[in-house]
Design a protein around this ligand. Structure first.
Ligand SMILES: Nc1nc2c([nH]c(=O)n2[C@H]2C[C@H](O)[C@@H](COP(=O)(O)OP(=O)(O)OP(=O)(O)O)O2)c(=O)[nH]1
Length: 173
């Protein structure tokens, strides 16, 4: 299945075939909380906090754990906003995206992440994954989406995003 082309891969099959990861987009009034990723996939970029699923945890459990590990805060209302299947030369995954508005604690720098607040209506897209701009504004706005992306040599070669649709076909909440 890993060799299947995206066109042949249904969302359910993608989840079977690919590792799963999460992203959390916290909205606080007119700003949103990103991290400057210090290591791993996407190091150096501005991204939502998140990471790979571990063991039998659900995506929601994963995103709460990752936000706590990376920023030292506890999100209390992560809401599933969408998902994308993502293929690149060195890493491919189904990434579950959550939106949250409530958290306890103060975002604090860790080995993995430096917190960066960004204005919701002026996102630093030049420092983000090229395809994040296709779905992040909708997520920050409370909309839902589903996406499929193929990157080669760091450039997006296939980009398919549908907003206003449920991503539940990509898997468990
Ligand atoms: N914003 C954004 N993030 C992405 C994209 N593709 C992609 O895999 N990611 C994220 C999903 C995960 O949060 C992250 C990959 O996991 P990670 O390397 O941070 O994993 P981790 O913290 O569990 O692992 P580690 O560093 O301890 O090995 O990259 C994308 O297109 N845009």
């Amino acid at each position: 299945m890993r060799g299947a082309t995206p066109a042949a891969l249904t969302p359910a099959a993608a989840r079977e075939a690919l590792p799963e990861a999460t992203l959390c987009h916290i909205v606080d009034g007119d700003r949103t909380l990103l991290i400057r990723k210090q290591r791993g996939v996407g190091a150096g970029k501005l991204v939502g906090p998140g990471g790979k699923l571990e063991g039998e945890e659900t995506p929601r459990e994963c995103v709460v754990r990752e936000v706590r590990e990376e920023l030292g805060i506890r999100v209390s209302d992560p809401d599933r906003a969408g998902a994308f299947a993502y293929w690149a030369d060195d890493w491919s995954a189904v990434v579950h995206v959550f939106r949250a508005t409530a958290y306890d604690g103060t975002p604090t720098e860790s080995e993995e992440a430096v917190p960066v607040w960004a204005p919701v209506d002026d996102l630093p897209t030049g420092e983000m994954w090229a395809t994040d701009r296709e779905w992040l504004p909708a997520v920050l706005d409370g909309d839902r989406f589903r996406g499929t992306f193929v990157y080669h040599a760091g450039e997006p070669r296939h980009v398919d995003v549908k907003t206003g649709v449920d991503a539940v076909a990509f898997g468990r909440p």
